[in-house]
Design a protein around this ligand. Structure first.
Ligand code: HPA
Length: 246
């Protein structure tokens, strides 16, 4: 895999094991990215790491400058992005600490800058978004999980909400009826912006909690942290196996 980046979400603000060789603080035409771009060697391969919420973790999902992040990665020559993100589990298989490689997305966000193609000097551009996540990159992640013995869901529909609050039971019920398996707050517009710039993009969704109404009572930060700890360890194994693939 050439010119690979990993965008780390909640629970992955730093990439353990990264042998750092370079740090880039970029300013883009879209403003300042979430954090410095950290280049290093991970399990013998070069990778650029970006902490989506900043380091320390401080930028709420709706305030992330997705355009600056993706533009910055493009400037660094990145051709493939693996996005790691915490999610809530909606359907039965999506239990806490489980991992899914989503294949579809529904965007419920609003008021975020959704595109690079909105200035009058661009011809009107409509990117194809039939497959929001790059099929070959997804297949490589699925193969890597198999080799690492990490049990995952090979497909899932990711619903992206605005946040930063979690959802009501009624909102989750509606999302389930829409076909969502997972709910998160950062998958969009990140996936679409990567596609606009021709960067292959796939995601590792780590389930932090049952979504609202899918377990008894309220969702606590303590349970999210506990499950993310377990889930991110699995995601780390998956990434290690992925880096070992040619
Ligand atoms: N909803 C939205 N985003 C999330 C959740 C959730 O329940 N858990 C982790 N990210």
């Amino acid at each position: 895999m050439t010119n690979l980046a990993i965008i780390g979400g909640t629970g992955l603000t730093q990439l353990g094991g990264l042998k750092i060789s370079k740090r880039d603080n970029l300013v883009t035409p879209y403003g300042t990215p979430s954090a410095e771009f950290i280049t290093g060697e991970l399990y013998g391969k070069e990778v650029v790491f970006l902490a989506r919420h900043g380091n320390p973790h401080r930028i709420a999902p709706h305030k992330i400058n997705y355009c600056a992040n993706i533009w910055g990665l493009k400037q660094l020559g990145i051709e493939s992005i693996i996005a790691v993100a915490a999610v809530g589990g909606i359907t039965n298989a999506m239990a806490p600490a489980h991992i899914a490689i989503p294949d579809q997305v529904i965007d419920y966000t609003y008021g975020r800058k959704q595109t690079f193609f909105e200035d009058d000097d661009f011809p009107v551009t409509h990117i194809d978004f039939t497959f929001p996540y790059h099929p070959k990159l997804r297949a490589a992640l699925i193969a890597a999980a198999g080799r690492a013995g990490v049990s995952i869901s090979n497909t899932a529909t990711y619903g992206c909400t605005q946040g930063p609050r979690l959802e009501s039971i009624a909102e989750i019920n509606r999302m389930e009826q829409d076909g969502c398996d997972l709910v998160g707050m950062t998958g969009m517009p990140e996936a679409a912006l990567a596609k606009e710039l021709g960067i292959d993009y796939a995601a590792i969704s780590v389930v932090a909690n049952w979504a609202a109404g899918k377990s008894e009572g309220e969702i606590t930060m303590a349970e999210i942290e506990h499950n993310l700890h377990l889930g991110m360890a699995k995601a780390g194994n998956l990434l290690q196996s992925f880096m070992a693939l040619d």
